[in-house]
Design a binder for this molecule. Structure first.
Ligand code: IFM
Length: 432
């Protein structure tokens, strides 16, 4: 249980979303086609979304009403480039208006360029395994930063490269739905790293040439979970170490230092340096690794702590483990001493019984991190709205704001009112 605490006044609190999960109405992205193939929820479609593309004006007002100081959102590549080399000025005008409204409301946008989805034309060319994938992504980055760079100073190149590559090529949950294709996982990871390193340089170059030198922040959102062996069995420890290396460490080294580690490569393809102005951490849970004699499982399988009571699990069965946020932030800070943004942290909780305490406990952890000298500067709750939880469909309810999918009405959850109060005062008093 947390004690009363206060966050610094310049610590920013807000929330996050991703285009494919809330916008609806786009037929050019690969998730629409994945939905048509029956791979989303119970025959649900990304076309539904939360109708945010049509309701963005009202949604920005709602963000403001909830005292959100910063907002992480993504732009949909397939809306901006619906077919290769064809740019939609309608989509550009739309996003420009959304950024303008956010800025007018005093809400700082942090814009993600790749959040799991891509245009169907890109997917059909092989997606991230296609031979020109990096070049094609960079062309989208260049166009977008030139179009929006006067309004947007903070960019997140790629969201959760590890989850994306794993769920697309190992677990088969995301398009193209490959199972156990470790070579593809490694190849795509390498390409995502290269894309980030080149985007980092490109975004700074464009913004500098446009007169915004020194006012740009570029980073990525790393999904960091706590991995620990379930027992002291040597295979549990080995498997945990291997999984951690392939799922966390090669991305950490690649995206931050520009270093390719075996087995995805060697050396520094874009030179030695630091390629992040902030490190985004998406933190949700902890996984304990149980020994397995199957090398295909890397000698251990992840599971939820068998002693974890239901009161400490969310609607998807993930363990609620706020202390883990401290572990993952220290992991990054102790090595790099770069500013940390918690770019995602949230809970699917349809009944809204655990969300308020979940937020408070994670903010209390941040408060302790600050006392320990760890420079955490932001917290983005995932998510502002209920949304499409990818292959799990619309069932999991992560939103501060509930969406009634029968008519798309919004209803602010009780926990959101408490969070709004915290955003305003930066104070958490448990006598409230
Ligand atoms: O909904 C996702 C998001 O797109 C990426 N990070 C984790 C969230 C919850 O699973």
């Amino acid at each position: 249980m947390s004690k009363d605490f206060e966050l610094p006044k310049d610590f920013l609190l807000g929330s996050a979303t991703a285009a494919t999960q809330i916008e609806g109405g786009d037929i050019h992205n690969n998730w629409y086609h994945w939905s048509l193939a029956g791979k989303v929820g119970n025959g649900e479609s990304s076309f539904t979304g939360a109708d945010h593309y049509a309701r963005y004006v009202a949604d920005v007002k709602l963000l403001s009403k909830l005292n959100q100081e910063c907002y992480r959102m993504s732009i949909e590549w397939s809306r901006i480039e619906p077919s290769e080399g064809e740019w939609s000025m309608e989509a550009v005008a739309h996003y420009r208006d959304e950024f303008r409204l956010l800025l007018e409301a005093g809400i700082k946008p942090l814009v993600t360029l790749h959040h799991f989805s891509c245009p169907e034309w890109f997917q059909k060319k092989g997606g991230w395994l296609g031979k020109d994938a990096v070049k094609e992504f960079l062309s989208f980055v260049e166009f977008s930063v030139k179009q929006f760079g006067d309004l947007v100073s903070e960019w997140c190149t790629i969201n959760e490269p590890n989850v994306f590559a794993n769920d697309s090529y190992v677990d088969g949950k995301y398009p193209p739905g490959s199972h156990g294709d470790i070579p593809a996982y490694l190849k795509v990871t390498r390409r995502l790293i290269l894309s980030h390193l080149k985007s980092y340089k490109l975004i700074h170059k464009i913004r500098t040439e446009s007169g915004f030198a020194g006012q740009t922040k570029v980073g990525f959102a790393h999904h960091l979970a706590v991995f620990a062996p379930l027992t002291s069995h040597p295979l549990a420890r080995l498997g945990c170490f291997l999984s951690d290396f392939l799922f966390h460490e090669i991305q950490t080294k690649g995206f931050i230092e520009g270093k390719l580690s075996f087995p995805i490569g060697f050396g520094y393809p874009e030179g030695k340096g630091i390629f992040c102005d902030f490190i985004g951490i998406n933190y949700y849970s902890r996984h304990l690794f149980k020994a397995s004699y199957n090398p295909g499982n890397l000698f251990a399988v992840p599971m939820v702590d068998p002693n974890c009571p239901d009161s400490h699990k969310n609607d998807l069965g993930w363990e609620i483990y706020p202390e883990g946020l401290s572990i993952v932030c220290h992991r990054i800070w102790d090595q790099y001493k770069l500013p940390i943004y918690v770019t995602e942290n949230g809970i699917p909780d349809e009944k809204d019984e655990k969300r308020e305490q979940f937020i408070i406990d994670h903010l209390a952890t941040i408060c302790r991190l600050l006392d320990e000298g760890v420079s955490v500067e932001r917290y983005y709750y995932w998510s502002f709205l209920d949304n499409l939880e990818w292959n799990d469909g619309y069932g999991p309810r992560f939103g501060l704001v509930e969406v009634d999918y029968s008519n798309m009405d919004r209803r602010v959850r009780k926990s959101a009112l408490r969070y709004a109060e915290i955003c305003k005062t930066k104070r958490v008093s448990l006598s409230l």
